[in-house]
Design a protein around this ligand. Structure first.
Ligand code: ARG
Length: 271
């Protein structure tokens, strides 16, 4: 190849390169006019997590008004792994499932037991915690098993699995069932003598008793109560978000993050 021909080829190559560079340069230059910034991509939206923050140690509000607790830490960790941003909004239990359905909340974490009935109207993540119902009575109560509370006034949090088991024992419409907006309110009523027993999730009852020494309560467990699994809820059909949350949960379980969070609230894992 003679020198001229080589030069011609090189020059052609150079021109082509310049042409490409010129083309690609045009792109960012085009929308430089002062228009509104484009909306952030869907993935960057901060997802709103609803939680009934009257359920220590799973979810509560601290002095600063921040929502804190075991559930909060688990969701924060799983969301971080899944690359989603979340914020927590205190949401009364009473309207919590509706808020998901209406789209006011993207996720719910609230020590929610996965039940077949709830599965009809929302989708649940894989289980992240196991619980059982536990009975709280005054320390001098003769109650030793679930059946024994049949003749008593019983406090439950309205619409919970505690409400459900007591409804099965007494009949849903029994006037002996006193339904409260929150579990702490039911336990306060036990202290005040308005009810003689409360049936609620073990973790919350145990925590309440440990922190309210003046209550003079004891707990009664009953092997007849089924094991319950807590799940994180998403709107029915939101498979994309559900997959992300499940992947996040897989990762926090696999890398020891979950065990660390668990231990910080409940001591070493006993399973
Ligand atoms: N695990 C029970 C249920 O799903 C009670 C949950 C109540 N949670 C709360 N944050 N108040 O019915």
């Amino acid at each position: 190849m003679d020198i001229n021909r080589r030069f011609a080829l090189t020059a052609a190559g150079l021109l082509a390169a310049l042409a490409i560079a010129a083309c690609s340069k045009q792109e960012p230059a085009a929308p430089a006019a002062a228009s509104a910034p484009p909306p952030p991509p869907a993935a960057a939206r901060v997802l709103v997590v609803g939680t009934d923050a009257a359920y220590t140690p799973f979810e509560s509000q601290n002095e600063k008004g921040d929502v804190v607790g075991f559930d909060i830490d688990v969701v924060k960790a799983a969301a971080a792994k899944a690359g989603i941003e979340v914020k927590f909004v205190n949401t009364p239990w009473e309207g919590i499932f509706n808020s998901l359905d209406q789209g006011d909340r993207d996720l719910l974490v609230s020590a929610i037991t996965i039940t077949d009935e709830r599965r009809q109207t929302m989708d649940f993540s894989q289980p992240y915690f196991d619980a059982r119902q536990l009975i709280a009575v005054k320390a001098d109560s003769p109650v030793v098993k679930f059946e024994d509370i049949k003749s008593l006034k019983i406090g439950v949090q309205n619409g919970t699995t505690g409400d459900e088991v007591v409804g099965k024992l007494l009949g849903k419409s029994s006037t002996a069932i006193k339904r409260f907006e929150s579990t702490p309110l039911a336990l306060k009523e036990l202290e005040a003598g308005g009810v003689q027993a409360v049936v609620a999730d073990n973790g919350v009852v145990v925590h309440y008793l440990a922190n309210n020494a003046t209550g003079g309560f004891k707990t009664v467990s009953d092997a007849g109560f089924p094991v319950e699994h807590y799940g994180i809820a998403v709107k029915k059909g939101n498979a994309e978000l559900l997959a992300k949350i499940n992947k996040g949960l897989d990762e926090v379980k696999a890398d020891g993050t979950y065990a660390k969070i668990y231990a910080s609230y409940f001591g070493a894992e006993s399973k």
